[in-house]
Design a binder for this molecule. Structure first.
Ligand SMILES: Nc1ncnc2c1ncn2[C@@H]1O[C@H](COP(=O)(O)OP(=O)(O)O)[C@@H](O)[C@H]1O
Ligand SMILES: [Mg+2]
Length: 399
């Protein structure tokens, strides 16, 4: 790689003091093949934020989705991979990128091979030429995102909030993935026993023990992540006074989370195991497990108003959520020295001029390659030379 003479291209993030110099995580090239409405597209980028402008249906969110698949997880829409293959294509898709990470510049490729997509639930992943798991991407590329589908996060059911919470936890404690999987597997087996009208205690005991062990690990990781994020939010609030985005007051609502606040992990584990045993009959009647970390919830209060987020105006909820997502990006940067990619779909249009300016300032202060979309280029004019503005038009991308 040749070093660019321009400051915006510097490997060292100028926003950081020399002793904490970090590489700015940034996508440098991105090639899409048969991905959603893109037959073939290529982007060449520098480290600056990326702005995608285009009419509705042109492919802006699709592009953000492609970028999100450079990290671990199922992408920002969480859709089955087969859906991502272009309708007119062969049934597969490919995303190839060079990404500047804290481990240097890396080739990352991911996709679905035509023909195997229908039954297979996985995607292929190659990092620096080697076959890897999708989870391994998280070591190199992290991202946070805010998309319109999250607008109802505070008013909707708990499962979306739980996913939001667990994405936060996984970003800073990737090890929680195995606890989540272990808990889920044991719980599904236990539920199956109910459906099979199985009563033998010995069958339940082993599964409940696994659920107690994994469940406490999940709850502990969640508590830790929420504590860290809350501390960072509080610090920012103390430093900024009246911030552009309302601060969130977070708490966790759940059997194990509450228990862990009061006693040791071993005690909480025993208590949950006993609770599962006691509730066996009740759970049998429902044919599922009614209590546990799979039911926990993240409670968010609008700090300045001291009101639950769910009863705030939709504008206030959006600002609160944006503040939370930016705080999460900052937390990742604090813990790892590298800020994540920040993917913001249709966010700018919903902010007044002052907040929009504040968002851009925050993005530049964080020193992240943010990816933002909008229908009107004027929305992004305050960014001027600080961003790369691209026009998206029916699966074609132009500077
Ligand atoms: N698998 C697919 N194959 C072809 N087109 C698709 C596929 N999935 C979505 N699309 C199309 O992509 C278009 C652009 O979607 P999107 O990126 O959401 O637009 P926007 O620019 O408004 O964010 C939509 O018209 C949608 O029908
Ligand atoms: Mg869109």
């Amino acid at each position: 790689m040749t070093a660019s003479p321009h400051e915006r291209d510097l490997e060292i993030d100028p926003a950081d003091a020399p002793e904490r110099a970090t590489t700015r995580l940034s996508v440098r090239t991105l090639k899409l093949t048969d991905f959603r409405n893109y037959g073939g597209a290529r982007l060449d980028l520098d480290a600056r934020p990326v702005v995608l402008v285009g009419e509705n249906g042109s492919g802006k969110t699709n592009l953000l989705e492609a970028v999100s698949l450079l990290g671990a997880g199922h992408g920002l829409r969480g859709r089955p991979y087969a859906e991502l293959a272009r309708h007119e294509g062969q049934g597969g898709f490919a995303i190839a990128a060079t990404v500047r990470t804290r481990h240097g510049e890396l080739d990352i490729g991911t996709g679905l091979v035509p023909g195997v997509g229908e039954d297979s639930t996985g995607r292929t992943v190659r990092i620096a030429g080697k076959d890897r798991s999708a989870g391994a991407l998280g070591d190199y590329v992290k991202h946070v995102f805010l998309i319109p589908a999250m607008d109802g996060l505070f008013t909707g059911g708990g499962s979306d909030r739980r996913r939001f919470l667990d994405r936060l936890v996984l970003a800073i404690a990737p090890g929680m993935r195995s606890s989540l999987n272990r808990y889920d597997r044991a719980m599904r087996q236990r539920n199956r026993l109910f459906q099979m009208r199985e009563h033998s205690p010995s069958l339940f005991e082993g599964l409940e023990e696994q659920m107690a062990e994994a469940g406490v690990a999940i709850a502990a990781a969640r508590l830790d992540a929420v504590d860290r994020l809350s501390a960072l939010i509080e610090e920012t609030r103390a430093a900024q006074g009246t911030a552009p985005f309302p601060h969130a007051v977070l708490s966790l609502h759940g059997t194990l989370e509450a228990d862990l606040a009061e006693r040791s992990a071993t005690e909480a584990e025993d208590a949950f195991r006993i609770l599962l045993e006691e509730f066996r009959d009740r759970d049998r009647a429902a044919a599922r497990t009614l209590e546990g970390p799979h039911r926990s919830d993240l409670l968010v209060v609008h700090g300045p108003k001291n009101a639950p987020a769910a009863i705030c105006s939709s504008g206030e909820q959006k600002a609160l959520l944006l503040g939370l997502v930016l705080a999460k990006a900052e937390l990742i940067k604090t813990l790892e020295g590298t800020a994540p990619l920040v993917l913001l779909d249709e966010v700018a249009a919903h902010l007044d001029t002052r907040r929009r300016k504040a968002l851009f300032d925050e993005i530049l202060r964080l020193g992240v390659q943010a990816w933002m979309t909008g229908t009107e280029p004027e929305l992004f004019s305050p960014l001027a030379e600080d961003a790369q503005i691209l026009a998206v038009n029916r699966g074609m991308i132009e500077p």
